[in-house]
Design a protein around this ligand. Structure first.
Ligand SMILES: C[S@@+](CC[C@H](N)C(=O)[O-])C[C@H]1O[C@@H](n2cnc3c(N)ncnc32)[C@H](O)[C@@H]1O
Length: 210
């Protein structure tokens, strides 16, 4: 995957943009379903979701201000007006400082970094401390949907879920061979997913709740 050139003042450029999440949204939109994508990248997936489902609110989180800046610029270039989409530029570890209760109907984790070295296991976004963090902001019976090209991260995640008795609702190591399955029928592809599909890489998916 190509390297991204850092935009030094990206945080300043985005901070007052209407697409950046503000706490008022929570008051304004009390009865609406909130969806979260962790590590949303340039917004390929979350923009499609928001555009297809105007009754829900979508929030994309990414720790890179350059990436969020690029996502915003892409939306502006397409002249898209999406009042149900917001971005947060932070590390997902900080999400509980922003959302202090169980607000999300669904959380998406798409193609997060696999951190293949054993000594980096704790950095994987599906290691236990992260899974417990998501539980704090996910509604009761809310779902987490996880997709990855990385077969080892897929096995690792299944293992953590099983060991901790979280309820696995669905799993597959080949999403595109199972597109007729009810859990995959409405699959929305991400930027990374499209790159991996072109290389004929199998895509793994797991859905769970707590
Ligand atoms: C491999 S990209 C995948 C982007 C997108 N989800 C897709 O599937 O095309 C992973 C993204 O996650 C972001 N990321 C990694 N760790 C994160 C963290 N702890 N908190 C928030 N974002 C994170 C990175 O900045 C990067 O944009």
């Amino acid at each position: 995957m190509s390297r991204l050139r850092t935009i030094k003042n990206a945080s300043d450029l985005i901070k007052n943009h209407p697409l950046i999440f503000k706490q008022e949204e929570l008051i304004k939109r009390k009865k609406i379903n909130f969806y979260l994508e962790i590590g949303c990248g340039k917004g390929h997936f979350i923009v499609k979701q928001a555009n297809n489902n105007h009754d829900n609110v979508y929030i994309g989180v990414d720790k890179s201000s350059t990436i969020i800046y690029k996502a915003i610029k892409k939306i502006e270039k397409q002249n898209l007006v999406l009042t149900n989409l917001h971005f947060i530029n932070c590390d997902i570890k900080k999400i509980v400082d922003i959302f202090k209760h169980k607000i999300f109907t669904k959380i998406f984790i798409n193609f997060c970094d696999p951190w293949p070295k054993k000594r980096h296991e704790k950095r994987r976004l599906t290691s236990l401390p992260f899974l417990l963090l998501y539980k704090k902001i996910l509604k009761k019976k809310g779902l987490v949907e996880f997709k990855t090209d990385n077969d080892l991260l897929y096995s690792f995640t299944l293992n953590v879920l099983q060991k901790n008795k979280f309820k696995i609702v669905y799993f597959t190591d080949n999403l595109y061979k199972n597109l007729n399955n009810k859990f995959n029928r409405d699959n929305v592809s991400t930027e990374y997913e499209e790159k991996f599909i072109k290389k004929n890489k199998n895509i793994n998916k797991i859905i769970w709740h707590y």
